[in-house]
Design a protein around this ligand. Structure first.
Ligand code: PAF
Length: 282
């Protein structure tokens, strides 16, 4: 496994090793790798000759007052995990090389970026779209692997890839959960014991949504109200949003009459957790 910090160098090496670049799998990450990331890496390993993992805590996607400084950076552990998972290249740039002085080009996927998480985190998805566009240009993968856990991010990136004609296939891999239902996230390390326990209410609320749907409830607000009641039983939980939305446009659905995404963001102390599930209508 090679660790490369310079975009040009990586680009040159990949061109040399992969020829027409038809078989490179890219797993973009901000490090602090967990089993969710490893499931993406495993899939990439199964499907590609060359696997690249990028590790870059992207300042452009953090707002003022967010956790950019304290975001976990267990680099040695991350590199060991990548090595063990059979990664070929880790792209490990720094912020100066990605956003040099005078940097002024950003990608904004309009509309989608202002909804759900975008409402509470203005500029977040502009930062995400920009870094992913840059990674696609630097690495030129044939397949880009993303997690369903960040459902809105995945939808936005898919839109960007289509709109900007990036010659890459986007694969979305399922959410990986701990046995008790908590969705894996690099931010789970911020939770204290009580918050970690209370956060189990999130996957329970999503399961509740699914069982209400199965029992015949189609009215989104009824489902959301029941989810809200459940989550509000946890004193520390502060709901940012609970929503049932269209799978592509992320528009709110009043009556469930097609496949949809049930998505939520809830804060426990300073830690904002997101989770979601897909309801298959058919
Ligand atoms: O999901 C993440 O970790 C990040 O948003 C990504 C896609 C690596 C871009 O920085």
């Amino acid at each position: 496994m090679r660790v490369i910090r310079n975009p040009r160098k990586l680009n040159r090496i990949l061109e040399r090793t992969s020829g027409n670049r038809k078989n490179i799998g890219l797993v973009p990450t901000m490090g602090a790798l967990h089993l969710g990331h490893l499931s993406l890496i495993k899939q990439a390993r199964r499907e590609n000759n060359t696997v690249v993992v990028s590790i870059f805590v992207n300042p452009a996607q953090f707002g003022a007052g967010e956790d950019l400084k304290k975001y976990p950076r267990p680099l040695n552990r991350d590199l060991a995990l990548c090595r063990a998972a059979g990664v070929d290249f880790v792209f490990l740039p720094n912020a100066k090389i990605i956003y040099p002085r005078g940097y002024s080009t950003f990608v904004n996927v309009e509309g989608l970026s202002n909804l759900l998480c975008g409402a509470a985190r203005p500029g977040h998805f502009r930062g995400v779209a920009t870094i992913v566009a840059k990674l696609l240009n630097i690495i030129g993968p044939s397949v880009l692997y993303l997690g369903q856990k960040d459902a809105q991010q995945a939808i936005i990136i898919k839109r960007m890839v289509e709109d900007l004609n990036f010659p890459v296939k986007v694969k979305i891999m399922p959410i990986v959960r701990q046995k008790d239902g908590l969705a894996l996230s690099s931010r789970n390390v911020y939770l204290n014991k009580k918050q970690r326990f209370d956060a189990l209410v999130l996957s329970k609320a999503l399961s509740l949504a699914k069982s209400l749907f199965k029992a015949g409830v189609r009215d989104s607000s009824r489902i959301i109200n029941r989810m809200r009641q459940l989550i509000n039983r946890k004193k520390q939980a502060k709901i940012d949003y609970l929503a049932i939305v269209d799978l592509e446009k992320l528009e709110k659905i009043k009556k469930i009459d097609r496949n949809c995404l049930v998505a939520l963001a809830v804060k426990f102390g300073n830690t904002r957790l997101i989770d979601n599930t897909v309801i298959n209508y058919a």
